[in-house]
Design a protein around this ligand. Structure first.
Ligand code: UDP
Ligand code: MG
Length: 317
């Protein structure tokens, strides 16, 4: 039986931390093998999250807290967890208990049965109707656009085996859409149906804008179809214009009249400038990402790591 690290990003989750600690520790207590660890990544919390976790790390040597120097965002925090986990198997889960830690033993069973990635498929959700519909549309859209087969309705809650962890860590990109990279690296993967619970306490830290950014990150990192769509729209516009030119010539020579319509021309002009600006924006999205990658700034910066040294415990004992 192998050792697992559970990586959990947290941002202003003081209301959830006590329950989270209790439930996750209960789960690793029940896991055979070891030594297991819990790696919390405090993503620049402004409340008591960091203090609560540091206290827990002091009480329990299996807990490590990686404190980032400011808020870098969920995906960056997950990457920090992945980088600081000893492994060899790493489980990533949200810190708001929407991902139930009690499912982890099942992940481990599948891993021991030979899978390199065991991910949770969200069989049901508690969010409002509009958000649920948006998630459904998004996952289907990105799957249709992407070159790799991205699993539907699955987030970052997963167990990653050592080969997958190694492969993901070696990827040089800074803007990471982890659930996509996980699918991209391949290996033997299996999804298990897990209901997505309501958040235990507190408010979601993903604002609508952050969700839209995540969706754009996902689409831009895994597809260039939006760029190609410009060419497609160009072909459609050119064909329409050619057809209309033929029609105008025909009317001119057979009937001797020219098509008229100031309003129609204005509409066509404004519509096509809209299409052009839209595609400029799409190119801008990709260019912005190329720029961000070219700068080569790290995904996150670590301020401190809170951990009670094992050595210290042994010396006291
Ligand atoms: N989170 C984070 N940094 C952020 C936003 C969120 O570390 O900038 C953490 C948050 O504390 C939680 C997890 O990421 O543990 C998922 O966030 P949230 O529940 O707000 O997202 P949602 O479930 O609404 O997608
Ligand atoms: Mg959540």
């Amino acid at each position: 039986m192998t050792a697992v690290s559970i990586g959990i990003p947290v941002y202003n989750e003081e209301a959830v931390v006590p329950e989270l600690l209790a439930r996750v520790t209960r789960v690793i207590d029940s896991l055979p093998g070891g030594p297991h660890e819990i790696v919390f990544v405090d993503d620049g919390s402004a409340d008591r999250t960091r203090q609560l976790l540091a206290d827990a790390a002091w009480r329990d040597s299996r807990i490590k807290v990686v404190c980032l120097s400011r808020n870098f965002g969920h995906q960056a925090a997950i990457c920090a967890a992945l980088d600081h986990a000893k492994g060899p198997a790493v489980i990533l889960m949200d810190g708001d208990l929407q991902d139930e830690p009690e499912i982890i033993p099942e992940f481990v069973r599948q891993y021991e049965a030979g899978y390199d990635v065991v991910f949770a498929r969200r069989s049901s959700r508690q969010e409002g109707l509009a958000l649920r519909a948006a998630y459904k549309v998004f996952y289907r859209l990105i799957r249709a656009l992407s070159d790799v087969t991205l699993p539907l309705d699955s987030g970052d809650f997963a167990l990653l085996g050592p080969s997958v962890v190694g492969a993901i860590k070696r990827l040089p990109e800074r803007e990471r859409y982890l659930r996509g990279l996980r699918a991209w690296v391949g290996f033997k993967q299996v999804g298990i149906d897990v209901p997505r619970r309501a958040r235990f306490a507190g408010r979601p830290k993903y604002t609508t804008w952050k969700l839209i950014k995540l969706a754009l990150d996902g689409i831009c990192s895994f597809s260039i179809v939006p760029l190609r769509a410009a060419a497609l729209a160009g072909i459609v516009a050119m064909s329409a214009s050619l057809l209309f030119a033929c029609y105008a010539l025909y009317v001119r020579f057979s009937v001797g009249a020219s098509p008229e319509g100031f309003t129609a021309s204005l509409l066509v002009m404004t519509f096509l400038s809209g299409v052009q600006l839209l595609f400029l924006g799409v190119i801008g999205e990709y260019l912005g990402r190329v720029y961000a990658e070219a700068k080569g700034r790290p995904t996150y910066v670590v301020a401190t790591v809170e951990k009670r040294e094992r050595r210290h415990v042994e010396r006291v004992a």
